[in-house]
Structure formats: C-alpha cells, structure tokens
Design a protein around this ligand. Structure first.
Ligand SMILES: Nc1ncnc2c1ncn2[C@@H]1O[C@H](COP(=O)(O)OP(=O)(O)OP(=O)(O)O)[C@@H](O)[C@H]1O
Ligand SMILES: [Mg+2]
Length: 377
C-alpha cells in the first residue's frame, strides 16, 4: 500500500499542477475505499483522456485503450416533469411503444445538436458511466463534429461537453478523426481519402499534412436511406412501414448494387386504405431500386470532393483507394458502387463503426500538431 502511495505521489509531483494534486487525492480516495485489488488499480488510474463520437444514431466513448461505451443517441423523457426515464438502448427499445406522457427523442439531427438540454443530459450520463462515481478527476475530451459544422453548432457541442463533466473540450472533424482511427498516413504530403457514411450525414474528405485539403458534408445519411425504403413500400404496395422496419430491410437484405443471390424478407405494415395490418415481402432487388436516389447523392458528394482536389493528390488516392467508414459502409456492394462511379478503388475499413471514436482519442496527444486544422470555438 505504501509503495503504491509513493508511486502515486511521485506521479502527482511530476505534473506540478492543481489537476495533478486533485488526481492524487482522487487516487488516494479510491485506494481507501477499494483497497489495492488489480481491477481497482486500473480504475484508480482511469485515463484522463476521453474520445467522444457524438453521432446522430450512436454515441461512442473511448479511452486510449478501448471503446468504453456505445449507446444509441436517444433519450426517453417524462414529458410533464422533464425527467429522464431511459437512455440509449433502453430508450430505443421504447421508441414508438410509449404513452403520450413519455417522449422518446433523438437529440441530434444530421450530425449536429438539435436539442441542447437532452444532448447534455445524455452526455453527462455516459461520461458518468465511464468514469464511475469518482469524479474528482474530470476528463479532457476530444469530440467529433461534421466537417461543415457552423460556429453556432460548434459552440453547442463544446458547451455540452463541458457541462456534461469534461474539464477541457476540443473538437475534431469526423473524417479527420476517422483517418486517425484507421491509421492513414495523413501526416505525409500525400493524399488520403475517407468517406464516412453515418446515420445523419455523409462526409467525404481528402487529407494531407494533418489537415483537410478538400471536403464536403451531405446532410443526409442512413436515416434518409430508411426513408427512401418507407416511400418505396408506400408507393409500390400502398403499405406504411416504420423506420425500424425499414432499417431492418436495409441491413438484412439491402444492397447498393444488384446481388448474385437475391434475399427476401416479409415485414408487417399497415394498409393505407383499410388501416389494417398487412404483410409485404420485399427482395434485395427492390431495396437496391429504393435506394437509388440517396446513393446517387453519396456518389455526387464523393465526386465533388475529388473535383476540388489537386491532381497530384488524386493520383495518390487512385493508388491508395478510398476508405469507407460509418455504419452505412456496411451496406452490401457500396464499395463496388463507389469504385465504379468514382473510378477509384473503394474499400471497407476494419472497424467502420468505431474508427471515429478511436481517432478522437488518438488526436488528444497530437493536439499541438493538429491544432491549426481543428475547428475553433
Ligand atoms: N449493414 C448495414 N447496412 C446498411 N446500413 C447500416 C448497416 N449497419 C448499420 N447501418 C446504418 O448505419 C447508420 C449508423 O451509422 P453510424 O453509427 O456510423 O452513424 P452515426 O455516427 O451515429 O451518425 P452521423 O455520423 O451521421 O452523425 C444507421 O443509419 C444504420 O442504419
Ligand atoms: Mg458518425
């Protein structure tokens, strides 16, 4: 015990700051309460750097070693008392199944905060969850935002992160974070291209020398793919289906290009004329047809970014390919579609869902190198 205390004291002295002093008090308190078990040692040395991917569909938090939490960005609130009833997956399970007294809301729209209070409550809950009840040491956070975020939207994210319990907050553009997360050599004077296909926005960016050379944000994403499926089923069959059902069709049998093996899936909808339940069976080919318009917008976004990119960098991208990340990158055949339409090989990265949050936490120790490229508040 004495040896550990001495080690912590040495650690605190090394940093010479109030924060370190607080950190030392925090560690000592943890030891008093929990003793010296290995698990608690890890908890006591809880990393002070937190990466946050605040997404339209999912919020993910990571420290330097792992993704700590991944929850749907959704909250259920008691409407009268404005009291939080459920957060994340639990709230998502309530979506469309609650009485009027409970409101289930997504506080982000197209990658940016639409409801500040709810976002802050959600972030505070998640930050508390990963730092436990010991909150004397508040984390330093790096949070991802869309490339084309406005100054007002930037400010909202910055304030929400601080209010939610961070001692310091920095912002990073989502494609830059993704590139760091997948270890692209963005520090070199050569071109690297990423397309992030999120739930609320789609971003294409070319990066070199730790900065963004050209980029564009399309304020539509996976949710708009779901809407396209809803509209298709309504038009073709006169049946209404919900967003969750449309998403299931997309993820289970959907594709961006026609597939050799056609799958089909039966879903329950509501007949638009009679109002009664009616099942419909859809095939992969029909989903491909339904998704044509939103897919065209994704391709156009990538094309516009390439048009704005200097030819030398385009040559590098032709050699290296375009990295696809975000949940939408999991749509079957989207790599083939983009490869064909852009004339550049597109490939799915290893961790399409978590590379952004992994990149945000990697960016913190690189803050001085990245600073000039990061959005300022
Ligand atoms: N297999 C799949 N096929 C097609 N789409 C998928 C698949 N898996 C997940 N998705 C879609 O990915 C989206 C979620 O992706 P992601 O978690 O990257 O979004 P986000 O980061 O929350 O959103 P944003 O970055 O736009 O704010 C959802 O729209 C979901 O339907
Ligand atoms: Mg995202």
């Amino acid at each position: 015990m004495l040896a550990i205390e001495c080690a912590l004291r040495r650690r605190a002295v090394r940093f010479h700051s109030l924060d370190s002093a607080l950190s030392f008090r925090y560690h000592r308190m943890v030891y008093r309460i929990y003793g010296t078990g290995k698990r608690h040692l890890r908890m006591a040395l809880f990393s002070k750097d937190l990466g946050i991917d605040l997404g339209t569909m999912f919020t993910r938090l990571a420290d330097a070693t792992q993704v700590l939490v991944q929850q749907p960005t959704i909250v259920a609130i008691e409407a009268d008392e404005q009291k939080m009833v459920a957060v994340g997956q639990e709230a998502l399970d309530m979506y469309g199944r609650v009485p009027e007294s409970i409101e289930v809301a997504r506080p982000l729209k197209n990658g940016v905060i639409a409801d500040y209070e709810i976002t802050e409550t959600l972030l505070a809950y998640l930050i508390r969850q990963v730092s436990g009840s010991m909150r004397l040491i508040r984390p330093r956070s790096m949070v991802s935002v869309p490339y084309s975020v406005t100054s007002v939207e930037r400010r909202a994210v910055y304030e929400a992160i601080l209010e939610a319990g961070s001692r310091e907050a920095h912002l990073i553009q989502q494609p830059l974070a993704a590139a760091l997360g997948i270890d692209l050599p963005i520090g070199s004077p050569s071109g690297n291209m990423v397309i992030c296909l999120g739930g609320g926005c789609t971003e294409a960016a070319v990066m070199a020398m730790y900065g963004i050379v050209s980029a564009e944000t399309l304020r539509s994403g996976g949710l708009d793919f779901d809407d396209a499926i809803i509209n298709y089923v309504r038009r073709k069959y006169g049946v209404s289906i919900g967003q969750a059902t449309a998403e299931q069709l997309k993820t289970r049998i959907g594709a961006a290009v026609p597939q050799d093996i056609e799958n089909s899936m039966e879903v329950q909808g509501q007949d638009q004329v009679t109002g009664l339940p009616r099942p419909v069976t859809l095939t992969t080919g029909e989903i491909v047809e339904a998704l044509q318009d939103p897919l065209k917008s994704v391709v156009e976004t990538g094309r516009r970014v390439l048009e704005k990119t200097p030819p030398e960098l385009v040559a590098d991208i032709i050699d290296r390919g375009v990295a696809l990340c975000g949940g939408g990158a999991l749509l079957r055949g989207i790599d083939k579609l983009l490869t064909k339409s852009l004339g550049i090989p597109a490939y799915l990265v290893d961790s399409p869902l978590t590379c952004v949050v992994e990149g945000t936490v990697k960016a913190l120790p690189m803050y001085n190198i990245l600073r000039r490229s990061l959005p300022q508040v």
